[in-house]
Ligand binder design. Structure first.
Ligand SMILES: [Zn+2]
Length: 236
């Protein structure tokens, strides 16, 4: 509610209630208040009252609170632009929160040691990780035609960009936290050792260099040097 007081500005000016109200409106700032439901300190959905916010939080916690360590809270928000914080119905707020949580769950599933991974190329799985012909296959083979783009699974530093034994033309990226990705049998390499790459950067092309019987990407994900099954995170 606005607070104002009456004073005499000019004793010769006639005015009425309508004029006063207009003057007050013109000089006042309208501030809108809503309640934000927050996840890890970020506002994710807005509702009109603290009771509604609490209802959403309680329902989300009842569904996810135990298995996910969710840092969920309520924040009173003020703004002069109501578009910034448009309050929605409880059901919609709850749906928004669910969508956000689903994204978080997916991200955690695609993460190794906190490094979020995305698929490096499109193709068909032609050989899985694990035992193969009596010896361990340390990666996942993704069959694709020669020249298919290969993208960085995550940001990091290139640590190899040349021929490396049976891997043929091999790109290695160090993502930090002990996580590395290998991209073997490339036909072309577009990065150099020491280069910083971002998730999704084009780093090379699929080929059949090295110990390979047909064009494919040999993808390896290593944690502290130990190969992990890429399908724990990607191409599930
Ligand atoms: Zn392979």
């Amino acid at each position: 509610m606005p607070e104002y007081e009456f004073t005499f500005a000019k004793n010769i000016t006639e005015t009425n209630e309508e004029n006063l109200l207009t003057a007050v409106r013109d000089s006042a700032t309208t501030v809108y208040r809503t309640f934000a439901i927050t996840l890890d300190g970020e506002n994710k959905a807005y509702v009109n009252s603290i009771e509604e916010a609490q209802e959403v939080v309680d329902e989300i916690k009842a569904e996810h609170g135990l298995d996910l360590e969710l840092n969920i809270g309520i924040q009173e928000v003020y703004t002069e632009n109501s578009n910034d914080i448009e309050a929605v119905e409880v059901a919609i707020a709850k749906q928004n929160m669910e969508n956000t949580i689903d994204t978080i769950i997916k991200m955690k599933e695609n993460s190794v040691n906190g490094i979020l991974l995305s698929t490096p190329t499109n193709g068909t799985i032609s050989s899985r990780f694990g035992s193969r012909w009596g010896r361990a296959h340390t990666g996942l083979d993704i069959s694709a035609s020669t020249g298919t783009p290969i993208y960085a699974c995550s940001s990091g530093t290139v640590t190899n960009a040349s021929y490396f034994g049976g891997y043929g033309l091999l790109i290695k990226i160090d993502h930090g936290s002990g996580v590395e990705t290998y991209y073997g049998h490339c036909s072309r390499v577009y990065v150099t050792v020491g280069e910083e790459v971002q998730t999704g950067d084009l780093i090379g092309l699929v080929g059949s260099t090295g110990n390979s019987t047909g064009p494919h990407l040999h993808l390896e994900i290593r944690v502290n040097g130990v190969p992990k099954n890429p399908q724990n995170y990607l191409y599930k």
